[in-house]
Design a protein. Structure first.
Ligand code: B12
Ligand code: SF4
Ligand code: SF4
Length: 379
């Protein structure tokens, strides 16, 4: 099986038993009870199945865990200093791994099933399967203090997939923790998303805020988001184990050069059709145009570049209220009070959405001289 998996482009494959992660039956409910999943209600909905693979599929006897390296070509942290560019997480600068891995899992699953004469089921991310603890139990790597699975051979860049098999396959030994006294990932997090080592409060994580969270991004995180417009690699990129990581091998996981550092100005002009075509086939497409525009406007607000402010000013007339709200915030960071008052007069006075009105109010504008306060001030 290992040889077949490697031919298909997988970089790591190991096997464990479905009952190998008993701790998840306590830890997942504790994480949910602390509301660390935020608005990801789907994490709660099938929590029983998520914590126990045999509840998801009673016939399962072996769990084959697979990893595909999606490592970056350059250091993802370098882009954070280029404030006129958007930073897209490494895994998302390429074809959607769900599509790439799922197809290969099906192929390998077919091979396994034919060989054992027993059925299999394949999963990649979207099913209620705790992929990281299962991967650690199978020996693919260990969950670091940032909670992601890393390995001595591939660093932090493995994307995971699983095959549940009804056959009794020979199992591998679990991997142990090699974090030692290191705390680099915990210290690197821009939004302090780790309440303790090995625990993540997703509500504070930039990956959650820019990808999963709908509506306005809470004010307290906007500045720390910097120019990260889709996901975040910081806790992965600082890990010392990356020095052993090989570059991505599977050609279909090759990064797209136009997603490496896209200009914020161009992204802010995407309409529905151009968004879909630019991000076609990538994981970004699933967040939709409005959420991406919201993220781009936060990045523009953090750019310190008044010429980009003109792009934000144009978005004050966007049909989507979350985009308009983010545009108000960005303008507030880049323009002087006089210009803001004029923009308010042109766009803010007749604002119908309560949240966008709040964003205008937060700018604490003073009335334009000579005009009645009620018409010029959002107070
Ligand atoms: C929900 C989710 C998210 C959420 C929550 C992340 C999280 N850490 O839970 C958000 C949106 C924030 C997210 C972000 C990212 N994600 Co995500 N995500 C998932 C998903 C769908 C479920 C993860 C899950 O089950 N979370 C629930 C929590 C409770 O589980 P846990 O993280 O294993 O938590 C364990 C620890 O806290 C531990 N624990 C608790 N207390 C204690 C105490 C001690 C002492 C110890 C030792 C342990 C311990 O026990 C818990 C249970 O095992 C998986 C796919 C899947 N089906 O597994 C992908 C997945 C984890 N994501 C992935 C990726 C790539 C990312 C990002 C790197 C993307 C990016 N660059 O922006 C970031 C990483 C952020 C981070 N530091 O985790 C990959 C990770 C691959 C890998 N090598 O591990 C996965 C596996 C998808 C895939 N198929 O490849 N993700
Ligand atoms: S992905 Fe970024 S925001 Fe999320 S925990 Fe890691 S460093 Fe923090
Ligand atoms: S940065 Fe350090 S603590 Fe974090 S996962 Fe890597 S080795 Fe572990």
């Amino acid at each position: 099986m290992e040889e077949r998996a490697r031919k298909l482009g997988f970089d790591a494959v190991r096997v464990t038993r479905p009952d190998a992660v008993p701790l998840t039956r306590e830890r997942l409910p504790a994480w949910l009870a602390a509301e660390h999943h935020g608005s990801m209600d789907w994490m709660e909905e099938r929590a029983g199945q998520r914590a126990d693979p045999s509840t998801l599929w009673p016939e399962v006897r072996s769990v084959v865990m697979l990893g595909m390296n999606a490592g970056p070509q350059t250091d993802p942290l370098e882009l954070l200093a280029r404030r006129d560019r958007g930073a897209i997480a490494t895994y998302a600068q390429r074809r959607d791994y769900h599509d790439v891995i799922k197809g290969k899992l099906k192929e390998l699953g077919g091979f396994l099933s034919a060989r054992s004469g027993r059925p299999v089921k394949v999963f990649c991310d979207t099913a209620p399967v705790m992929e990281k603890p299962l991967a650690q139990a199978a020996g693919l790597g260990w969950q670091g203090k940032h909670t992601v699975l890393l390995s001595r051979q591939h660093g932090n860049w493995l994307m995971l997939g699983a095959i549940f098999a009804a056959a009794d396959l020979p199992i591998d030994a679990p991997e142990s923790d090699h974090c030692g006294s290191c705390r680099r990932c915990l210290q690197a997090c821009p939004t302090a998303a780790f309440p303790a080592p090995y625990q993540l409060d997703a509500r504070r994580c930039i990956a959650y805020l820019t990808i999963e969270h709908a509506g306005p991004i809470p004010e307290e995180f906007r500045e720390s988001i910097g120019n990260r417009i889709f996901g975040c690699d910081d806790c992965l990129a600082v890990c010392p184990w990356n020095k052993f990581a090989a570059k991505a091998r599977e050609s279909r996981m090759a990064a797209r050069s136009d997603l490496a550092a896209p200009p914020l100005a161009e992204l802010s002009r995407l309409d529905e059709a151009s968004f879909r075509s630019f991000f076609a086939g990538t994981p970004v497409k699933r967040t939709g145009r409005d959420r991406m525009l919201r993220n781009v406007l936060i990045a523009i607000g953090n750019s310190g570049d008044a010429t980009l402010g003109e792009e934000a000013a144009r978005c004050l007339a966007d049909p989507d209220p979350t985009v308009r709200g983010a545009a108000v915030w960005a303008c507030g960071r880049l323009f002087p009070a006089v210009r803001l008052a004029a923009l308010y007069a042109a766009h803010g006075q007749d604002e119908a959405d309560a949240h966008v009105r709040d964003e205008w109010r937060a700018l604490s504008l003073t009335p334009i001289q000579g005009a009645p306060a009620s018409e010029t001030s959002p107070a």
